[in-house]
Ligand binder design. Structure first.
Ligand code: PMP
Length: 381
């Protein structure tokens, strides 16, 4: 129950174990081409150009920025924590002038704050971290994208900790680049960088006056490859991660079999039940308001008198959680992922393990209170 890599379903793992074919073998061409089509459905971006690249989520960030930014462009980073800082670093690396709209830890900049910051004018793009993995805060991506589009900006959404779990209507919301990685709610082992790019963003890419600063991430290289595979023809620039793409194909089909709205609703329900359990154990979550709490992971402060030693104590009870990440509060909280194929039993088992971990560490815990509160919430929802 860490915020990624998550636990993967047996059919996805079975696809990983299939013999590796050539990347130009007819059956792999079909799998790759179909996966690109399925991405448009999962990302809810029917007009976008999908890209599947071998690399981690950071490569997806690098690809989005390197292809759209030219030296001297102005970018506004809606900063909610650790991974927003990283986006700022990448933007600066490709020559952008970066400004931040920030909020205190556990809070998120509002669309109004973003609108005020954009008022100064002349920004080319706005970047949003949908779910900040360091704080469990979900940004109002819809509201922020709206004000950004009104100001004539491109919108890049880092969905690494949200995509296919946290609600995101990419095209309807005006998100131009929706990027993610395979290892979280997409449900595939680490190693794939996934992006959908709107026609408007592709036009900005095509209008570049300088070559892309990254050789590997350059859409000039990859666009013909994606187009070839989608029209079911073989093509080569860099060898695709054959087994990961086969696993992606299985996972995207599983995701669509559940249905996007149903999947978003399941994540919301389980997350709300988990938070009810955490609160019943006397713990506070990091997001300062319930509406800012993500559906894909929960960040919770340790109860008074307990610190990071809780994480191994919970692990000894059978459930792996993750320690703190945000530098300002690193020692004060821990993180629990609940995305992908999670169900109510996982939520209850995790709360049980947290209760026992607290007991083992000598904390005076009302045994069963967290599990009971979550169960009551699940019965009501
Ligand atoms: N953005 C967010 C929100 C993330 O959570 C992560 C990874 N946890 C990344 C970007 C970077 O992804 P990766 O570790 O796959 O490079």
């Amino acid at each position: 129950m860490i915020p990624g890599p998550i636990e993967f379903s047996p059919d996805v793992m079975a696809a990983m174990a299939e013999p590796t074919t050539s990347h130009v073998a007819p059956d792999f061409v079909e799998i790759f081409g179909e996966s690109l089509e399925l991405m448009r459905e999962v990302f809810l971006a029917p007009s976008a150009q999908p890209f599947i690249l071998a690399g981690s989520g950071t490569l997806a960030m690098d690809a989005a920025v390197s292809n759209l930014v030219q030296a001297g462009d102005r970018a506004l980073t809606v900063n909610s924590g650790y991974f927003s800082d990283r986006m700022g670093d990448i933007l600066r690396r490709y020559g952008a002038e970066v400004e931040n709209v920030s909020a205190p830890v556990g809070d998120a900049p509002t669309p109004e704050a973003v609108s005020d910051a954009l008022g100064a004018g002349a920004f080319k793009l706005v970047t949003i971290t949908h779910v900040d993995t360091s704080t469990g805060v979900v940004a109002d991506a819809e509201g922020i994208a709206r004000v950004a589009k009104d100001a004539g900006c491109l919108v890049i959404l880092d969905g690494v900790c949200g995509t296919a779990g946290a609600e995101c209507f990419t095209e309807d919301w005006g998100v131009d680049v929706h990027l993610t990685a395979s290892q979280k709610a997409i449900g595939v082992p680490p190693g794939l960088a996934l992006l959908t790019v709107s026609p408007e963003a592709m036009a900005v890419f095509h209008a570049r006056t300088e070559p892309v600063g990254s050789y590997y991430a350059d859409f000039e290289q990859w666009l013909p490859i994606m187009e070839a595979y989608e029209s079911r023809g073989p093509a080569y620039f860099g060898t695709p991660a054959v087994n990961l793409v086969a696993a992606l194909n299985v996972s995207l089909k599983n995701i669509l079999a559940e249905g996007m709205e149903a999947r978003f609703a399941r994540h919301r329900r389980l997350a709300a039940a988990f938070r009810a359990g955490i609160r019943a154990l006397g713990m506070k979550i990091v997001p300062v308001q319930e509406s800012l709490a993500a559906s894909t992971l929960t960040a919770a402060y340790y109860p008074r008198g307990i610190g990071p030693e809780l994480v191994p104590a919970v692990a000894a009870e059978g459930v792996f959680t993750a320690g703190g990440l945000h530098p300002e509060i690193k020692q004060e909280y821990f993180r629990i992922g609940h995305m992908g194929d999670v169900n109510a039993s996982d939520i209850l088992a995790t709360l049980g393990a947290i209760e026992r971990g607290l007991c083992v560490r000598g904390h005076d815990v009302d045994a069963g209170a967290g599990v009971r509160a979550a169960e009551e919430a699940l019965c009501r929802m």
